[in-house]
Design a protein around this ligand. Structure first.
Ligand code: SF4
Length: 341
């Protein structure tokens, strides 16, 4: 139990997961030795800068890493079964039925020459070949209306819909097979704030009424604060902090999380506070720094940090952090920080 929680509540256990891309410049370590759990019925927000590995990790959960990438280590245990052992046939069934993904750009994800109903019927019949077209169409109607789109729009092609409608169609495609886990990868990035707010309500509704588990991958911390139960902060391919929204926002432990939260713009116009700029740049992951990958930028770096990588460990109840400040090691020269629970 990595999070101190009953195993029955855990839908996905990710253990020692690593993903590498084989590039001309050498292997690029996009996700490195990541372990954490996703609980049933929760919305888990995954945040971090571009290139931190959050989307790669989402794709890895569906074993959708294309060449030149590969999952080169780890287990993904979904509802008690290690999906890394599934053959291609079982994986096809797993994708869609157990896990579905809402992609960020509906215009490139939807086929421009297919009508909306054809997209949905095809998704149903690929996984349920015995389902007749008429009953698939009935399901498509019910689903699309639940998402606030009139069923007559099923006859439309993607370009005839607004951006918000297209994104709702993508959500519909993610829901149509009743998958347990929905991965929303920057699903609202292309939308204006009003449509985005409506979609957020719908995602929350989906979780509450259909008891789905949602992995919300985004660079938008405000979105995560608004919608998620827990947050996983990623940096340079690793999860560096994981806890409830309240714990991580009220008491951020990792120096990167603290910097990230300080660099979020404050929209109060009466406050004239300068935005915090994180020093340095994210590392080149073909040659990541040894030890803690944040050490070249960390204001609290210690000698051990550049030599040995810490583990993601519990610092307070259900609040994990990947940082030597909170962990003991014989080579560590500075006292460990005591964290009040
Ligand atoms: Fe900073 Fe060291 Fe913690 Fe890394 S392990 S975040 S370098 S204090």
């Amino acid at each position: 139990m990595i999070n101190g929680t009953n195993n029955n509540n855990v839908l996905v256990q990710i253990r020692d997961l690593s993903v590498v891309y084989h590039t001309r410049l050498g292997p690029l370590s996009a996700v490195d030795d990541v372990s954490f759990d996703i609980f049933r019925g929760e919305i888990l927000g995954v945040v971090g800068e571009s290139g931190c590995g959050k989307s790669t990790m989402g794709k890895a959960l569906m074993r959708m890493i294309d060449r030149p990438g590969e999952i080169n280590n780890g287990q993904i245990i979904f509802d008690g079964e290690d999906i890394m052992t599934f053959d291609a046939h079982r994986m096809r069934d797993f994708r869609g039925r157990k896990v579905s993904m809402i992609f960020q750009d509906p215009m490139t994800s939807l086929n421009p020459v297919q009508r909306v109903d054809e997209h949905i019927i095809e998704a149903i019949q690929v996984h349920e070949p015995k389902t007749k077209k008429t009953s698939a169409l009935d399901r498509a109607r019910g689903l699309i209306e639940k998402l606030g789109i009139q069923s007559r729009r099923l006859r439309d092609h993607p370009h005839q819909l607004s951006g918000g409608m297209r994104q709702r169609v993508m959500i519909g495609l993610g829901l149509v097979l009743n998958a347990d886990l929905i991965i929303a990868d920057e699903a609202t990035t292309s939308l204006d704030v009003i449509v985005e707010a409506k979609l957020l309500d719908q995602l929350r509704d989906i979780r509450d009424t259909l008891n789905k588990t949602i992995l919300l991958i985004t660079h938008n911390i405000g979105l995560v604060a608004e919608l998620s139960d827990r947050i996983a902060v990623m940096y340079a391919g690793r999860v560096v902090e994981l806890g409830s929204i309240y714990d991580v926002f009220d008491t951020p432990l990792h120096p990167y999380t603290r910097g990230l939260l300080k660099s979020v713009p404050n929209i109060r116009l009466d406050e004239d506070e300068a935005l915090y700029k994180m020093p340095g740049e994210p590392p080149n992951l073909t040659h990541p720094p040894a030890g803690c990958r944040f050490h070249p930028r960390c204001p609290e770096v210690m000698p051990i940090c550049s030599k040995i990588a810490p583990r993601l460990e519990t610092a307070r109840p259900n609040h994990l952090v990947h940082c030597w400040l909170y962990q003991e090691h014989p080579e560590k020269e500075t006292p460990t920080v005591a964290v009040k629970s």
